[in-house]
Design a protein around this ligand. Structure first.
Ligand code: GSH
Length: 290
């Protein structure tokens, strides 16, 4: 890759472009290999990884269980995306877009597939009648913030995060453009949270569950090591909201599920029973101490 760059008449794929995820990126869709997905004993089968998009769904499921919805019991299977597991035939049948999270609901006469984290949150909220206001202005506000997240986070992750943390060279123009947008988005949230305890109003909802794993983590300096660069401490209302959600037991549990990095006590590679949080899978798999 050289600068300045003049695009050719027809784009061609340079599979080794130096980006951190170049080995899994490609310009075509569809499966690369045959792979049947495992199915556990619960009606809800989640295929995911503890990235911010994955954590939305595991926090939601843990919140539903905490509210007493026993039907929200789930098996969470690990999809290691850096190894290309999202391109297996079974996964692509659940999500033709080959990205985590993806959910199968086996509770009805015919299985239902749901992909896109926002669609999964809405599906679960409607299925259990929880964490989404029933109608009127409150529901409209909740859905507005939910869809704000779905539209905004690609600028944060695919824009700012990519060019600040993952691109093979630092391009000032790209970092400037997306740092400005990331700070603008933080300010949008900060102004809303100055006037409202939660995004949709007084009640915690799927809007908070969608936004917290991205912007709560960003505000606490846990994304892209960009806390100082973006001066995240200045967004005091986002800080207050992020700290409050981080204290919720379901948020603490949800962020552990399908997590394979960080301190061992923060990881639960697969989740099949509530008791897995006490006897974590990797503990069972770990060789006995010498
Ligand atoms: N809009 C999607 C985005 C999902 C997404 O980007 N997932 C990433 C991990 S956070 C992924 O699976 N990437 C694998 C790939 O791009 O091959 C959602 O919210 O569900």
């Amino acid at each position: 890759m050289s600068e300045p760059y003049t695009p050719p008449a027809v784009w061609t794929w340079n599979s080794a472009n130096g980006g951190r995820f170049a080995h899994i990126n490609r310009p075509t869709a569809g499966p690369t290999h045959d792979k049947v997905l495992p199915v556990g004993r619960h009606p809800l089968q989640l295929y995911s990884l503890a990235t911010p998009n994955g954590v939305k769904v595991t926090v939601m499921l843990e919140e539903l269980l905490a509210l007493g919805h026993a039907g929200a019991e789930y098996d969470a299977w690990l999809i290691p995306i850096t190894e290309g597991a999202q391109f297996g035939s079974g996964f692509v049948a659940v999500n033709p877009n080959s990205k985590i999270p993806a959910l199968m609901d086996h509770s009805g006469a015919a299985p239902v597939r749901v992909f896109e984290s926002g669609a999964i949150l809405l599906y679960l909220a409607e299925k259990f009648g929880a964490l989404l206001p029933a109608g009127g202005a409150a529901r409209a506000e909740c859905l507005s913030w939910l869809f704000w997240q779905m539209g905004s986070a690609p600028y944060l992750g695919g824009g700012f995060g990519h060019f600040y943390a993952y691109a093979p060279s630092k391009i000032e123009y790209a970092i400037d453009r997306f740092a400005m947008e990331a700070k603008r988005q933080l300010d949008v949230l900060n102004r809303r949270l100055a006037e409202s305890r939660y995004l949709a109003g007084d009640g915690y909802s799927i809007a908070d569950i969608a936004v917290w794993p991205w912007y709560g983590a960003l505000a606490k300096g846990q994304l892209y090591e960009a806390g100082e660069f973006l001066q995240v401490q200045d967004y005091t209302h986002v800080q207050r909201w992020a700290d409050e959600i981080a204290q919720r037991p379901a948020a603490k549990r949800g962020r552990m599920v399908n997590r394979t990095w960080g301190p061992p006590e923060t990881q639960l590679h697969e989740r099949h029973e509530a008791s897995d949080f006490e006897t974590r899978t990797q503990d069972k798999l770990a060789p006995p101490a010498a």
